[in-house]
Write a protein that binds this ligand. Structure first.
Ligand code: AP5
Length: 219
């Protein structure tokens, strides 16, 4: 299964991708996480990326596509993957198709998660992420057993710098202008599935299974 999870910031792409990844052994590839890893190294590139992310803007297509290319070449991605947060522009979608075509692969389904802005804002402001393993929590909706500590690896949780209201608005604007056209790109290819993500994870997750089964991707 080569899947793309798409949707406005805060809709829960990472949360559902982590669950599907754990259940089916497919790697969840988040370009946001790859960029945050680069920031952690303290490199010059990381410093530039950090400024862009904190302003709520998108990083250049060339940089993200290059990063994704090397991530997709790793062994664990050869039997399938879940792309979380890529592609976000039509140029990225075209670059992805061209890259996969070289190895005789293609994207089989694109799941578009949808929920109202008021729900997304509440999710983003309460989000906490593990510093080490990247597991996603929410202070109210999905709290860890021990406050501020990851259930899985015991590391500290943190609040992302781009989860501040001003950056959130900028990110949503980038979504409207640059990412929405990607939906049309995949709709024309007949790959788009829309999932109502306004409810609890326990209600949303089975819908992912249904959408994939309908396309013959899950038994
Ligand atoms: P990235 O890390 O991908 O962030 P994002 O796109 O802004 O998406 P989010 O992580 O905010 O939302 P999500 O939908 O994954 O929600 P989550 O599962 O965490 O990218 C960060 C930045 O990197 C970008 O702004 C850009 O600058 C750059 N970048 C990345 N990719 C790029 C690309 N391809 N091109 C250019 N630049 C790129 O859930 C949110 C919260 O809600 C959590 O707390 C969760 O616990 C909770 N929650 C989730 N689902 C539910 C539910 N159903 N009910 C209740 N709570 C829920």
């Amino acid at each position: 299964m080569n899947l793309v999870f798409i949707g406005k910031q805060g809709v829960g792409k990472g949360t559902y991708a982590q669950k599907l990844s754990a259940e089916h052994g497919l790697p969840q590839i988040s370009t946001g996480e790859l960029l945050r890893e680069e920031i952690k190294t303290g490199s010059d590139l990381g410093k530039k990326v950090e400024e862009i992310i904190n302003r709520g803007e998108l990083v250049s297509d060339e940089l993200v596509a290059e990063m994704l290319k090397s991530r997709l070449s790793l062994d664990d991605a050869q039997k399938g993957f879940i792309l979380d947060g890529f592609p976000r522009t039509v140029n990225q979608a075209k670059a992805l198709d061209a890259l996969l075509e070289k190895s005789g692969k293609k994207i089989q389904a694109v799941l578009n998660f949808v929920a109202p802005d008021s729900v997304l804002l509440e999710r983003l402001t309460g989000r906490r992420t593990c510093k080490k393993c990247g597991t996603i929590y929410h202070t109210k909706n999905m709290p860890p057993k021990k406050e501020g500590i990851c259930d899985k690896c015991g590391s500290e949780l943190y609040q992302r710098d781009d989860d501040k209201e001003q950056a959130i608005k900028k990110r949503w604007q980038a979504y409207e202008e640059q990412t929405k056209p990607v939906l049309e790109y995949y709709r024309k290819q007949g790959k788009l599935e829309e999932i109502d993500a306004s409810k609890e994870v326990s209600e949303i997750y089975p819908k992912i299974g249904e959408a994939l089964s309908k396309r013959g991707l899950l038994g």
